[in-house]
Design a protein around this ligand. Sequence first.
Ligand SMILES: Nc1nc2c(ncn2[C@@H]2O[C@H](COP(=O)(O)OP(=O)(O)OP(=O)(O)O)[C@@H](O)[C@H]2O)c(=O)[nH]1
Ligand SMILES: [Mg+2]
Length: 536
Amino acid sequence: MPWDNGVDMKKSALWSHEAGTRDGNARTASDVGRDDLPEDSRYDGGHFDSFDDGPFDDRFDDGEVDFTADSYSDDPSAGEMELEERNSLRRVAGLSTELADITEVEYRRLRLERVVLVGVWTEGDAEHAESSLAELARLAETAGSEVLDGLVQRRPRPDPATYVGSGKVKELREVVISTGADTVICDGELSAGQLRQLEDKLKVKVIDRTALILDIFAQHASSKEGKAQVELAQLQYFLPRLRGWGEAMSRQAGGRAGGANGGVGTRGPGETKLETDRRRIHKRISKLRNELKAMSTIRSTKRGRREAQRVAGVAIAGYTNAGKSSLLNALTGAGVLVEDALFATLDPTTRRAETPDGRPYTLTDTVGFVRHLPHQLVEAFRSTLEEVTGADLLVHVVDGSEPQPHEQVAAVRTVVSDIAEEHGAPVPEELLVVNKVDQVDATRLAELRQLLPGAVFVSAHSGEGIAALREIISDRLPRPDVFIDALVPYTRGELVARVHAEGELVAEEHTADGTRVRAKVRPDLAGALQPFVAVG
Ligand SMILES: Nc1nc2c(ncn2[C@@H]2O[C@H](COP(=O)(O)OP(=O)(O)OP(=O)(O)O)[C@@H](O)[C@H]2O)c(=O)[nH]1
Ligand SMILES: [Mg+2]
């Protein structure tokens, strides 16, 4: 379709995934051609025809049309903030990944999204604001976009109508035009009304951080469970936005003389159609919930089996891209997917490992965390995240080459304690592991030791510190602590085998009546051996 910057847009990468494909350019393209229309009639109802294309095709399309938003005034507390800062849209340097060479225009045509990032900076210093936007840039690139520019505005809180201050929207529009961007990504979770208002004013697609993360998850989900989890999260994100749109629709239709034939801006699926869509989505949500419950039962059966075998469980958790999968590989030689991409791992992988003194345990690699992990995802990935709270030990991996590792550590701890609280489970014991030390110089290393006391420093790549880490994991695993002295008949050989596998053998002797074992074991095995304990 023709585009005001002359670029033919291909299908949107940000929204293409198996669970539901959306051509996100549909509305923005038509909006661009509508500049000549009066302000209040510019939004396009026509694209809702595509509701018929499939049950969830348009699940993300459109939020609320908030006609009351113009009456919002700027936040009164804004006065507390320095005028100068409030009035400036700060440009974050070094974010652009735009191609330098204009002769590569052919290639650029194939680029899927050209995005401008925008954040509202409510607290902390400028460095903090910029690192948040830099992370958003990495997320956007992971989703397949080209980041053209990034802007942050200092504000006590996001504008309820347009996220950035209404005056800044114009400036943002200028940046959009000058860069030729087709999408604006906001660094927060926006209401349907905010998204819609911004789209109306910027005339390009606007999405928020939540939708972006959901999209990456959708692109990376490969297992049946992962796909269902992502779809559930997406539908939950979408549903309130659909409802908001419907209300605005009926408000507007009601306000017009004649109602039924309101012309431009009142066409659309109408309440009846919306009701049907909403019902279909609700139905789909409960179907997904049921499927996930069944899958979660299978998972907990497996976990239960591991627990019954009394093998200690270690979960590897941490910020996305910290090197969790690499560490699992380094510790066990498992061939788990490692990628320089955010959220490469969505499905937990469990591998058997052994302590240097021969005790078996399991190591589970898990989905990575990120600041402001969308709550829809936390809920949908509940069963996956339970791997973390159910562990005997949490190996918390931190990327030592990151400029602000303590922030990532805090973000991970928040999610872990939230999940634990939700399940009424205790927060598992944590072992902090700083990875990628091969990329850190001696000065920084000394700083990190101060900043993250008690951490183990390793490199999954060079292998540095891995042997020491094995020892420390071994020391921190729960140990068998019940001493038994039993004479196990030869008919119960499996009990002796369990003592070997799970316990710490002190002495073993083969007698005429059976095997005499003296060992330290866990309470459940001690219970099983109770009938054979030698008296006196
Ligand atoms: N230099 C260096 N790079 C590393 C090290 N460990 C991992 N990496 C790189 O960091 C990137 C992420 O590694 P992964 O193991 O996929 O990280 P992850 O934590 O599993 O990431 P997600 O599953 O996406 O959350 C990859 O490009 C790895 O090659 C290390 O010790 N040193
Ligand atoms: Mg991984």
